[in-house]
Design a protein around this ligand. Structure first.
Ligand code: FES
Length: 578
């Protein structure tokens, strides 16, 4: 275990706020804070930020104002003085399949920058961040890793499943979620679902607040963050609307103040071993490909050496054990009901697959926090035994080959098979591909290649949830593969490979693929091969011209100018030492 930072003295409990608020010359700063609720004695307490991602933009975050108030009470009840502030959030569930989705990954960077900006500007001695949607969670962690002030992450919690009310459908009463809606669109296009049933699915899928309810990106990242040690035990597996979640927030507020007292900082926790624990947990849960991107980005912010090849190394020995949506059967709230991810983590620890000596925000090691965890109830079917896994190695497959010399990321659960050989059908951008899938142009045996969607080219690396769901909805899940320099939603499944690097915009081989080219995706050998002779590819490369940028102003242009490749986490985090 990495040594803890030295324990601070009483005056060191306010390392940043004292310079901002103490002494006669800082009277103006104090004057500004009385109207927001400060009393004279509060200026002697550590100043703790509560970064709230509350917003009515999306159900994922619509309840977070209440959670922020609980966290504020936890800080104030443990000798700190809390200030609640907001950052932005966007919703992938709403913007997926639309031009607006190009802002999604960008929002991760904006959120990290905005939290850093407020915490830095307002002299906060520590903070907690409450996130409930895909990008605000890694965004918060990037800020924590960069700033290295005592900090705890709180997950906003998972949504409950919707119940379909469609009396004339055989699916009446079925549990559904947001991915059910995306897939119903494909089924509707295939004539398998009526207008009325599509409308019923649309109306019933989201019953209230909380993050998308399968092991999609939000629940995957919440689990990864808990395994990193940056949230309190069990924070990742609570329903958004529950007493447990409110209590988690209150305890997290208190925990930040305790971190200050104990001298614990995020980089004491965010070690290479902690990232290995996160990768292991995500694999066992069958989590999202976005975890590859986000964990690389957080590690870079923490100055921890981590590469996509670490996912391969760890993935060879860690099995997939969770039967959770999208590839599996159950919702996150079903996992919450049997004990969340802690019993699974205990199993992994006992099998030597987790590092027990990693520090957590509690001040205890991971092994200490797991010591009293009881096994799942007998007869449960969600988490498979270690010796009877769903898949004996990782579903997150890092591919290399002449189509992806710098790597690509696939989500191969085995249900789709382990090898796909087909003919390319190429699209510049997601929309054209979606139309071709829905109108029947895409047929069995095709490898759908969607390019121009990389971090720089899109820009913003859109998620291909609409095309992958349409493929599923059309019943082509076993017969069509999809390849992109964009990325996937945690809700995507099927034979899909994304994050292809170098991306098309910078002249990567994916830019050279033509309709009809043979492509072989081999998940056992982890190879991605464009079966075109090297001489022909060299000829195509010579004829290739760099496309004009899609955006020349604003935040998308700024992102495109700075972003690294997907294999490096697609970050805009400048490190002038590098
Ligand atoms: Fe927010 Fe899915 S759109 S968690």
């Amino acid at each position: 275990m990495k040594k803890k930072s030295p324990v601070p003295t009483a005056s060191q409990l306010r390392p940043f706020s004292s310079a901002l608020l103490d002494g006669p010359e800082r009277a103006a700063a104090r004057a500004m804070l009385y109207p927001v609720g400060f009393k004279a004695e509060d200026f002697k307490k550590p100043l703790i930020g509560v970064a709230s991602t509350w917003s009515d933009v999306t159900p994922c975050n619509m309840h977070i104002d209440d959670l922020a108030l609980a966290a504020e009470a936890g800080v104030n009840g443990n000798g700190g003085k809390a200030i609640v502030f907001n950052t932005i959030t966007v919703s992938d569930g709403i913007s997926n399949g639309n031009e607006g989705m190009k802002y999604s990954l960008v929002s991760r960077e904006v959120i990290a920058d905005s939290i850093e900006t407020v915490v830095g500007c307002e002299g906060m001695d520590g903070y907690l961040a409450i996130g409930g949607c895909d990008k605000n969670m890694p965004g918060a962690l990037i800020a924590m890793a960069r700033m290295n002030r005592p900090a705890v992450f709180v997950y906003g919690g998972t949504i409950l499943p919707g119940l379909l009310k469609a009396p004339h459908s055989p699916n009446d009463g079925k549990e559904i979620d947001i991915v059910s809606v995306f897939e119903a669109i494909g089924q509707h296009a295939a004539g398998k679902v009526s207008d009325a049933e599509l409308h019923a699915v649309e109306c019933c899928a989201i019953p209230g607040p909380g993050a998308c309810g399968g092991m999609y990106t939000a629940n995957s990242m919440a689990s990864a963050i808990e395994a990193l040690g940056m949230s309190l035990p069990n924070s990742s597996a609570q329903n958004a609307i529950s007493r447990a979640k409110l209590e988690d927030c209150r305890r997290a507020g208190a925990a930040v103040v305790d971190m200050l007292r104990k001298g614990i900082k995020p980089r004491d926790i965010l070690t290479r071993k902690a990232f290995e624990n996160a990768i292991t947990t995500v694999i066992a849960l069958g989590g999202s490909t976005n975890c590859v991107l986000h964990l690389l980005a957080i590690a870079r912010a923490a100055e921890v050496r981590l590469s996509i090849d670490d996912f391969t190394r760890i993935g060879k020995r860690v099995p997939v054990l969770a039967d959770l949506r999208p590839s599996g059967t159950y919702s996150m709230s079903a996992l919450v009901a049997i004990g969340g991810i802690r019993p699974l983590m205990k199993t992994l620890l006992d099998a030597g697959l987790l590092h027990g000596d990693c520090l957590t925000v509690t001040g205890e090691t991971m092994a200490e926090t797991l010591a009293g965890v009881k096994p799942y109830p007998p007869g449960q079917k969600i988490i498979y035994p270690l010796d009877q896994p769903i898949k004996k190695d990782s579903h997150l497959v890092i591919f290399y080959g002449n189509l992806a010399p710098e790597g690509a990321v696939g989500k191969i659960t085995g249900k789709e098979g382990s090898r796909f050989e087909g003919r390319a059908i190429v699209f510049q951008g997601e929309e054209k591909a979606l139309h071709a899938i829905l109108d029947g142009t895409v047929k069995a045996g095709h490898v759908v290649v969607i390019r121009g969607e990389g971090p720089k080219g899109g820009p913003g690396m859109r998620e291909m949830l609409s095309p992958t769901s349409a493929i599923m909805g059309k019943g082509l899940g076993q017969d069509v593969a999809l390849l992109t320099d964009g990325r996937f939603s945690g809700g995507s499944h099927g034979f899909v490979v994304g994050h292809v690097t170098p991306e098309a915009y910078v002249g990567g081989p994916i830019a050279l693929v033509k309709n009809g080219d043979k492509i072989v995706i081999d998940s056992i050998k982890r190879t991605l091969t464009l079966a075109v002779p090297a001489r022909e590819l060299a000829k195509r490369k010579q004829a290739w011209k760099k496309p004009r940028p899609n955006y020349t102003r604003g935040v998308l242009a700024k992102f495109a100018a700075h972003v690294t490749s997907a294999s490096q986490g697609a970050v805009t985090d400048l490190d002038l030492k590098l």
